[in-house]
Design a protein around this ligand. Structure first.
Ligand code: 13P
Length: 252
């Protein structure tokens, strides 16, 4: 009943020209694909050109961050309204790199998540434990704190329109993927938490993506798990062939 969703997080990569080339290649293969939601998240500088390039296809565009205020004296920031104005539909929030290098807390992620919904942007809210937290046996506690904190106070409708991305920090860019069993276990835990903060029907409607060294070779097995509804792809989304294969691996 949940439509899988695969998103490419390009991080701080691609010039405008390279972004347009990549997304033009994706469009050739994926323009009419049904059965999976496809999102690309280029850097801010390439958003408008990528939106123009995917026009008329089923590929959606997301940003990698935003501020929670609508406008004002916030040098260097971009608001949800500004993203909506150029037909961006998704936004990644609380990625572990933002939490780690830019001091984003659950409280900040929560404010951004609410602001995204207020502007009709779909947030992809990232959670995940570090290696030390996993080895210390704290994975579930860390995930619970992040899920409850980041999604605090959302309505059931807003929760349904939120995508949660489980990205174990130790699996990001390291080539170390969580085993399917490890990933499914945390995804099921997240869904249980969602039911606790809303209700079972709402929890069943929320898409939960896995992220962390997803490749064409491991995507199918990960996406076949009952609580894994697609992926958030870093490195493998920078090259058309691998991203296209990963998107197709999410087809039921
Ligand atoms: P990699 O796919 O490069 O491990 O990155 C995952 C990620 O951080 C996506 O947001």
């Amino acid at each position: 009943m949940r439509k899988p969703i695969v998103a490419g997080n390009w991080k701080m990569n691609k010039t405008v020209a390279d972004a347009v080339t990549l997304v033009s290649d994706l469009k050739l293969d994926l323009a009419d694909l049904l059965g999976v939601d496809i999102v690309v998240c280029p850097p801010f500088t390439a958003l408008k050109s990528v939106v123009d390039t995917v026009s008329g296809s089923r590929i959606y565009v997301g940003a990698q961050n935003m501020h929670w205020e609508k406008s004002g004296a916030f040098t260097g920031e971009i608001s949800a309204e500004m993203l909506r104005e150029i037909y961006v539909h998704y936004v990644i929030l609380g990625h572990s790199e933002r939490r780690q290098y830019f001091g984003e807390t659950d409280e900040i992620v929560n404010k951004k998540t609410k602001a995204a919904h207020a502007a009709n942007l779909k947030p992809i809210v990232c959670v995940g434990e570090t290696l030390a937290e996993r080895e210390g046996g704290n994975t579930f506690a860390v995930i619970e704190k992040q899920v409850r904190g980041s999604l605090n106070g959302l309505t059931k409708m807003e929760l349904t329109n939120t995508i949660v991305a489980y990205e174990p920090v130790w699996a990001i860019g390291t080539g170390k993927t969580a085993t399917t069993a490890q990933a499914q276990e945390v995804h099921a835990h997240i869904r249980k938490l969602l039911a606790a903060i809303s209700d079972d029907t709402t929890a069943q409607s929320v898409r939960i993506q896995y992220g962390g060294s997803v490749k064409a070779s491991n995507a199918k097995e990960l996406f076949s798990q009952p609580d894994i509804d697609g992926g958030l792809i870093g490195g493998a989304s920078l090259e058309p062939r691998s991203f296209i294969e990963i998107v197709k691996a999410a087809l039921k």
